[in-house]
Every structure is written in structure tokens, then in C-alpha cells.
Design a binder for this molecule. Structure first.
Ligand code: GLY
Length: 335
């Protein structure tokens, strides 16, 4: 696996949606930067992109102001049901691959591996369980009670479901129920468009490329609904070309296979142009709201969304750590 050193890079998002209460913004920024410092520290120490994205996402899951892990919003029944996924593409020396599936690109051989969990209610860090599915099971996606049973077997502690519910999430759920009584369930869910899914993508000095995404789902979701963040290719994708993580309306992201389409398009353009085009295509196809972050194998970064606001942070050795509240893209194709 001896390769030239790559330029490392890390990008994270804290969700695309409405701007959220202004009073929460400074703390959301602090939470995002603390998570980024963990991920960037791993990359600076020549650690792997997989470690960096999992550490970044796990820190965001632990923060109660993000809609993932502890702090997840509640489903229609008032319970937490979380989705998460991770994917890792690693360069390998020519020869039979030890694990994963072989992917051949024009320039390199990579193995890719992936793990995901859907509709789990009892783990503090669904992204760590997704990683355990990737590394310690023959499967890619596990759901519900079976995924939680697997968590116990690999030594991941199970919480009581009510321990995953924050007072803030409970208050928002009550407000949405009240609004649904007045507006109807669909209109109330639209009015609540606060997504807050979290995700990270990274490339490391060894050429490893990773993506990770975690969420409590969308407001007003039905009991048992699973979104894009559990689905490789939709909410998360990594490949020899680069990696992507999505946020926003999961159904639209699934229908357009947003992250896979974006990463495979990296052969043709800069990550910024690819991110913008992926969102424009998603709008054309579905009219929904979504955002995407991308890193390519050269450590170049891109992000775009069409919601009201999207929280993003980025790290690379030249620019250091930066935080942005990202404005939506202009939706005309030739502005
Ligand atoms: N993008 C998060 C979800 O739809 O669940």
C-alpha cells in the first residue's frame, strides 16, 4: 500500500433546512467546530479518513442540537428512530483483495466497504454501529431490534429508548402535533422543515476516502420510515473518485441516488461544480430540498444545497478549519 502522500481534507455538514433559532447558532457552530477538531486531528496525525469521518459524526451525534444520535427528532409516535451509514474506499496493492468488493477505476485499484443501520432507537452513536456492521458482520444494512441485538454482541451499549429523547426534541414534537391539528400533518411537516442530519467526508494522506452520515430523520416521519442516511448510494457514498454525504428530504435523495451520482460525476468536474449540478438535477427530478458535501481524491471540496440554510465546516492543510452558514445555490442553470 505504499503510495505518494495525498493531500488530506475533511468536510462536515450539520444539515440543510430552515435557519433554526438564531439563539442556537453560536452553540451549533461551537459543536460543529469541536467535532471538526477531532476529525482534523486524526487526519493531521496521518490517521485514516474512516477514523476521521466516524469521529466527526459521533461528536455531532453526541451534541443535543443536531438531529442525530442524542438530540434526534421524534417520529409520529414520539420515539427516536435513527439511521446511519458509512463507506470507505481504500487503495490496495495489485493482487487479490482481502475483503470488500473490488472497484477498478482508470488509475487505481480500491476496495470499498460499507455498513449501515436503520430505525435504531437504543444506541447513542448509530455511526459506530454502522461501522461495526461494516467491519464485524457479513452484511451491509441492519435494522431495528436485529441491529440492536448485533450492537450488544459487538459490545456497544444499549440505552433505554427514553434516554435518547431530549427535552428539546419532545417540545418540538408536541408543537408539531399541535400544528398538525391546525394545518394537517403534511403541511405541519413542511412548515417544520428543519433537517439537521449530520455527515462528513474525508480523504487521508494514504489515499483512503470515506463518507459517513447520521440522522434522526425528517419532521413528521411515520413510525418505521427509513430515509436516505441508511442507504449507501443515496445519503452516503465513497469510491476511488471521492466521497459524498447528503442532507435534506430523504425520499428525494433516494430517488435520485444523490451521493452515488455525485461521486461518479467527479471524473468530469470540480467537486464544487458537481455538487451544484447534483442539487440542480435533484430539484429538476423532485422539486425537494437537499444538500450535499463532496471531497475528491485530490482533497478538493464542494458543497451545495437549495434549502434556506446549511451548516458546513471544512479542513485542509492550506485553509485550516473554517465554518460556514451556507446560502442556497441560485437555481437557474445559467444565472
Ligand atoms: N436526510 C435525512 C432523512 O431524510 O432522513
Amino acid at each position: 500500500m505504499a503510495r505518494a502522500r495525498n493531500r488530506p481534507a475533511l468536510v462536515a455538514h450539520g444539515g440543510a433546512g430552515n435557519a433554526g433559532p438564531g439563539v442556537e447558532r453560536p452553540e451549533r457552530r461551537r459543536g460543529m467546530m469541536a467535532a471538526m477538531r477531532q476529525g482534523a486531528g486524526i487526519l493531521r496525525a496521518n490517521g485514516s479518513a474512516l477514523e476521521a469521518v466516524v469521529a466527526t459524526v459521533a461528536a455531532l451525534e453526541d451534541h443535543p442540537l443536531f438531529n442525530a444520535g442524542y438530540g434526534s427528532l421524534l417520529n409520529s409516535e414520539g420515539n427516536v428512530e435513527m439511521d446511519a451509514s458509512v463507506m470507505f474506499a481504500e487503495p490496495v496493492a495489485p493482487g487479490p483483495s482481502a475483503r470488500g468488493k473490488r472497484v477498478r477505476s482508470d488509475e487505481s485499484d480500491y476496495t470499498v466497504s460499507a455498513g449501515a443501520v436503520a430505525a435504531v432507537s437504543r444506541v447513542r452513536n448509530p455511526i459506530m454501529l454502522a461501522r461495526a456492521v461494516m467491519e464485524h458482520s457479513p452484511h451491509i444494512l441492519m435494522a431495528g431490534a436485529g441491529a440492536e441485538n448485533f450492537a450488544r454482541k459487538v459490545g456497544i451499549r444499549l440505552e433505554r429508548p427514553e434516554e435518547m429523547v431530549t427535552e428539546r426534541a419532545r417540545e418540538r414534537w408536541r408543537a408539531r402535533k399541535q400544528q398538525a391539528g391546525i394545518l394537517g400533518a403534511e403541511a405541519a411537516a413542511r412548515a417544520a422543515m428543519g433537517h439537521g442530519t449530520v455527515g462528513a467526508v474525508a480523504v487521508d494522506v494514504h489515499g483512503g476516502i470515506a463518507a459517513a452520515t447520521s440522522t434522526g430523520g425528517v419532521p413528521g416521519k411515520l413510525f418505521g420510515r427509513v430515509g436516505d442516511s441508511a442507504l449507501i448510494g443515496a445519503g452516503t457514498f465513497a469510491h476511488a473518485f471521492g466521497a459524498a454525504s447528503a442532507t435534506g428530504q430523504g425520499e428525494a435523495i433516494i430517488l435520485t441516488a444523490l451521493c452515488r451520482e455525485a461521486v461518479l460525476a467527479l471524473g468530469d468536474g470540480s467537486p464544487q461544480a458537481v455538487a451544484r449540478e447534483a442539487i440542480l438535477e435533484m430539484i429538476d427530478a423532485t422539486g425537494a430540498e437537499a444538500g450535499v458535501i463532496i471531497v475528491d481524491r485530490r482533497g478538493r471540496i464542494g458543497y451545495a444545497h437549495n434549502a434556506t440554510s446549511m451548516q458546513v465546516a471544512r479542513y485542509d492543510p492550506a485553509g485550516g478549519l473554517q465554518h460556514l452558514w451556507l446560502a442556497p445555490i441560485a437555481t437557474a442553470r445559467h444565472p
